[in-house]
Write a protein that binds this ligand. Structure first.
Ligand SMILES: Nc1ncnc2c1ncn2[C@@H]1O[C@H](COP(=O)(O)OP(=O)(O)OP(=O)(O)O)[C@@H](O)[C@H]1O
Ligand SMILES: [Mg+2]
Length: 750
C-alpha cells in the first residue's frame, strides 16, 4: 500500500488568496491525499476528472476549489448536479461560505439553487456564478434552451455512481452528454464512490481519473453475531448484553461510550418500531437538563406543521433522545430530525436508506440491521455492495468523530460469514447504464428534436451515441427502441416530417417543455379532446392520477377494495378514461382502483380533511401526501396547458382553480384569503368561519378582532392587515404587542 504524507497546505494552493482564506476559515488547513491527487491530475488546470474515493474523503472541497477557480479566474459559470434535493441543499449551504469573495468586477461571488418547477426557463438563475441543481432540473433547463447554459464552463456531477440507478441514472447521463454537446470546452468533474469501472466512466467523459482507498477517519467495518463483533481487520470485541436484541445492545454500547448511532432498516414500519424499542432504554442515560431541552424540542416538533399520530410518536421519541427518519415524514420534520441529530440532541436515529448518500452526520456507529429489501414484483433481494458502502460511509465523518464503525447484524454463524464475504470484504459492483428503457428514453428522444439538438434520424442516433449507454454497449442496441419511439411520437402528432428532417409540432414542443412523459400528454389530450359531459374536480384529479407521471399511485389495501369499488360506481360518469372490467381485466381494474384512491386522497385534501384523517382513512403518510401534491400541481398545470393548446375551454378554469386548491389543501371559498402570506389552510378556515371571508372584510376589521382568533398573534395580524392595505393604529399595536407571546411563535403559512 502507498504511504501517504500530507504535503499540500491550503496556503500553498494555486487558487486566489480569498479562496484560501475562506477555506482556512472553514477549518481546513491541509489537503487530504485524494484531494492532492486530484490536483496532480490537473483538475485546477481545466482537465476533466473522475474522482473516485471513499466516503468522507473530502470530494466536495475539490469541487469547491475548482468552481471558484472558474468563477474568479476564468469568468466562468458552474453547475453542480446533485441527485437528491436534500443533498443539493447541503451543498448550497457549503458553497455559501464563498459569497463574501469579490470578483474582478467588484461583485460578490453568487450561489443559487433551483430544484423544482420544471416548466420554467429560470432566466434569473443565470445571474448566479454557481448554480446547484438536481439532474432533473438541469435536464428541464436544457429543454428550455436557457441561454446561460451555453456559458457553463464547469459541470460537477456528484454521486456519479448513481448512473446505475434506474430512476436517476438516465437523466444524469443525458444531461452530461447534452452539456458536452452544447459546450465542447466544458470541464467535467465527476465525484464517485469507489466502484469497479471508474476507468470506463472516465473514458466516456474523456476524463482522467483518480482512484483512492484513503479515508480521513478510520472506518471499522464488521459483523455482529449475538454479543460479538468481528471486524474486517481481524479484531473482535464483545458488547454487554443488556437486552435480548443485539441491535439495541450495540446502540446502548455506543451511547455509553459517548457516541451517536444511526441504524439503517429496510422499511418505515421497522424504523418506527425499532426507535420505540430503543427509546425504552435511553431514558436512564439522560440528565435532567438534557431532558428539559428535549421536551422543548419535542414541543417544537408538535407545533411544526399539522399534528398527526406520526408527529406525536416522533415527539415522544425525541424526548428520549431517539428518532426515526423516513420518506413518510413531512419534510419539515425530516429536516428537524437531521438538525437535532447534527446538534447531538438526538443520539439515536433509525432510518430507511433515504439517508444513505452524501450527507455529513455525527454517527460514530452505523448499524445495518437489514441487508435485504422488499419490492413489489421482486420480493426480497440483498442490497448492492455499493449501497452497503454508502450506508457504512455515514459513520466516522471528519468534522464529528475520530473513528467510525459500521456493523451489519447477523443471526447465525452462516449468515455472519455470508455478510463478511458479500459486503464487508466485497468490492462494489460495476456501474451499468439504465438508459435503454422505452418509458425512460421517450421524453429524451422528443426533447432532442423539440429543443433543436437534432433534426434527422441520424442526428438523433449521433446524440444518443454520446451517452454512457452507447459507450458501454453500442448505439445499435437502442436504435430499434428509438425508431419505435419516433413512430409513436409521429403517430401522436408530436413530430412532423419535412423531407428528411424531423421537427416537433407545437404539441410536441410544449410536451417537452412541460417535462412530462409523452404518454402522459397523450392520455390527457385524449381524455379532454371532446368536451366531456360531466366535468368535476374528481374527473381531473383522476385523470392526472391515471397518467404515468403520477409515479407510484397509492396502492389500495385489500380491505379498501369494496369501498373504492362503491365510490367508483357512484362517480362512474365523471371519469374521463376507460374503466376496465372487474371480471375481464382484474389487474387493470385494481390499478384503476389505485388511481381512484389517489384521486380520493387529493379530493379529501381539498375538502380540508386533516393530515391525520388522511393517515387514518387511506393510510397515507404526510411525506407521501406532499409528494403526491407536488406531482398533482405539476400535472394539473400540464393539463391546463394542453387544454389551452387544444382549445378545451371548460377545462381551463377548473384546472387553474384546482392547482390553487391542491397547493393549499382548501375548499374553493378559501382561495382568496389564503393568498395572504402567513395564512394557510388552518388559519384560513378559522378566519373564514369567523366572518373574514374576503380581502375587504379583513381590511375593515379592527386589529383586535383578528388577534382574538386562535393561532393569530399580533405580529401576524399586523402583517395580514398590511398586506390588504389596512391601517393599524400605533396605540393599538403597542398594547397588543405586549400580550400573548405564544401566539407569535409560528409565523409560517399554517
Ligand atoms: N482537507 C480537509 N481537512 C479537513 N476536513 C476536510 C478536508 N476536506 C474535507 N473535509 C471535511 O470532510 C467532510 C467530508 O467531506 P465530503 O462531504 O466532501 O466527503 P465526500 O468525499 O463527498 O463523501 P461522500 O462520498 O460520503 O459524499 C466534510 O465535513 C468536509 O468539510
Ligand atoms: Mg459527497
Amino acid at each position: 500500500m502507498k504511504r501517504w504524507r500530507i504535503q499540500v497546505k491550503v496556503t500553498e494552493l494555486p487558487v486566489p488568496e480569498k479562496v484560501k482564506e475562506a477555506t482556512l476559515r472553514s477549518g481546513i488547513e491541509e489537503l487530504y491525499p485524494p484531494q492532492e491527487e486530484a490536483l496532480q491530475a490537473g483538475v485546477l488546470k481545466g482537465k476533466n476528472l473522475v474522482l473516485a474515493s471513499p466516503t468522507a474523503s473530502g470530494k466536495t472541497l475539490i469541487a469547491e476549489l475548482c468552481s471558484l477557480n472558474h468563477v474568479l479566474e476564468k469568468k466562468g459559470k458552474v453547475v453542480y448536479l446533485s441527485p437528491l434535493r436534500a443533498l443539493a441543499n447541503e451543498k448550497f449551504v457549503e458553497f455559501k461560505k464563498y459569497t463574501s469573495i469579490r470578483k474582478t468586477n467588484g461583485k460578490r461571488v453568487s450561489v443559487g439553487i433551483s430544484t423544482g418547477d420544471f416548466d420554467s426557463g429560470d432566466s434569473w438563475l443565470g445571474r448566479y456564478d454557481v448554480i446547484v441543481t438536481t439532474n432533473e432540473k438541469a435536464d428541464s433547463l436544457l429543454r428550455h434552451r436557457v441561454k446561460w447554459m451555453d456559458d457553463i464552463s464547469l459541470v460537477v456531477a456528484d454521486e456519479v455512481h448513481l448512473l446505475n440507478d434506474g430512476d436517476r441514472g438516465p437523466t444524469l447521463e443525458v444531461v452530461l452528454a447534452r452539456l458536452m454537446q452544447v459546450n465542447p470546452d466544458l470541464q467535467v468533474l465527476a465525484l464517485s464512490a469507489t466502484i469497479h469501472n471508474v476507468e470506463e466512466i472516465a473514458d466516456w467523459l474523456n476524463a482522467s481519473y483518480v482512484i483512492t482507498e484513503w479515508r480521513p477517519v478510520t472506518l471499522k467495518e464488521g459483523v455482529l453475531l449475538h454479543e460479538e463483533i468481528q471486524y474486517k481487520d481481524g479484531d473482535a470485541r464483545k458488547i454487554e448484553k443488556k437486552t435480548r436484541d443485539p441491535t439495541i445492545n450495540l446502540v446502548l454500547n455506543t451511547l455509553r461510550t459517548g457516541g451517536q448511532a444511526l441504524v439503517f432498516v429496510s422499511t418505515r414500519k421497522n424504523s418506527v418500531n425499532l426507535a420505540k424499542k430503543i427509546a425504552a432504554h435511553t431514558g436512564e442515560l439522560l440528565s435532567k437538563p438534557i431532558k428539559r431541552t428535549l421536551e422543548n424540542e419535542a414541543e417544537k416538533i408538535l407545533s411544526a406543521g399539522e399534528r398527526t399520530h406520526i408527529s406525536e410518536s416522533l415527539a415522544k421519541l425525541v424526548e428520549c433522545s431517539t428518532a426515526f427518519h423516513h420518506a413518510g415524514l413531512a419534510s419539515i420534520h425530516r429536516r428537524m430530525v437531521e438538525d437535532l441529530f447534527r446538534q447531538r440532541k438526538i443520539k439515536v436515529l433509525t432510518a430507511t436508506p433515504t439517508l444513505a448518500f452524501g450527507v455529513n452526520l455525527p454517527a460514530r456507529t452505523v448499524v445495518i440491521q437489514d441487508y435485504r429489501r422488499w419490492e413489489l414484483g421482486y420480493g426480497y433481494y440483498p442490497i448492492a455492495v455499493l449501497e452497503y458502502k454508502q450506508m457504512a460511509g455515514r459513520a466516522g465523518r471528519p468534522r464529528y468523530d475520530k473513528i467510525g464503525e459500521s456493523i451489519l447484524i447477523s443471526k447465525t454463524a452462516d449468515e455472519a460469514d455470508y455478510l463478511m464475504d458479500s459486503y464487508v470484504l466485497a468490492r462494489p459492483e460495476r456501474i451499468w447504464s439504465r438508459l435503454a428503457v422505452e418509458k425512460i428514453i421517450r421524453g429524451h428522444v422528443l426533447a432532442t428534436i423539440a429543443s433543436d439538438f437534432a433534426h434527422t434520424e441520424n442526428g438523433i442516433y449521433d446524440f444518443f451515441g454520446k451517452t454512457f449507454y452507447a459507450h458501454q454497449y453500442d448505439v445499435k442496441a437502442i436504435k430499434s427502441i428509438i425508431a419505435k419511439i419516433l413512430k409513436y411520437l409521429y403517430d401522436e402528432e408530436m413530430l412532423d416530417l419535412f423531407g428528411n428532417e424531423i421537427y416537433a409540432t407545437k404539441f410536441g414542443k410544449r410536451v417537452s417543455e412541460l417535462y412530462i412523459d409523452p404518454l402522459t400528454a397523450v392520455e390527457i389530450r385524449n381524455a379532454i379532446r371532446n368536451e366531456p359531459t360531466y366535468l368535476t374536480d374528481l374527473s381531473l384529479l383522476h385523470l392526472i392520477a391515471h397518467t404515468p407521471d403520477m409515479g407510484p399511485i397509492m396502492r389500495p389495501y385489500s380491505r379498501e377494495f369494496d369501498k373504492l369499488g362503491v365510490l367508483m360506481e357512484e362517480h362512474r360518469e365523471e371519469f374521463l378514461t376507460h374503466i376496465p372490467s372487474e371480471f375481464d381485466d382484474q389487474i387493470g381494474y385494481q390499478e384503476f382502483l389505485g388511481e381512484v384512491k389517489t384521486a380520493m386522497v387529493l379530493k379529501s385534501w381539498i375538502e380540508e380533511a386533516s393530515e391525520n384523517l388522511l393517515i387514518e382513512q387511506f393510510q397515507v403518510q404526510p411525506g407521501d401526501l406532499y409528494r403526491t401534491i407536488e406531482n398533482a400541481k405539476w400535472l394539473l398545470y400540464a393539463t391546463h396547458e394542453i387544454a389551452k393548446l387544444f382549445g378545451n375551454k371548460a377545462v381551463l378554469p377548473l384546472a387553474s382553480e384546482l392547482i390553487e386548491r391542491v397547493a393549499k389543501g382548501i375548499k374553493r371559498e378559501l382561495v382568496p384569503i389564503v393568498k395572504l402570506e402567513g395564512v394557510g389552510r388552518i388559519r384560513g378556515r378559522i378566519m373564514y368561519n369567523a366572518g373574514f371571508q374576503t380581502v375587504a372584510d379583513i381590511k375593515h376589521a379592527p386589529l383586535e378582532e383578528l388577534t382574538n382568533l386562535p393561532l393569530i398573534g399580533p405580529r401576524l395580524a399586523k402583517k395580514i392587515k398590511e398586506q390588504v392595505g389596512g391601517f393599524v393604529k400605533k396605540e393599538t399595536w403597542e398594547k397588543l404587542e405586549k400580550g400573548d407571546e405564544w401566539k407569535q411563535k409560528s409565523l409560517g403559512d399554517y
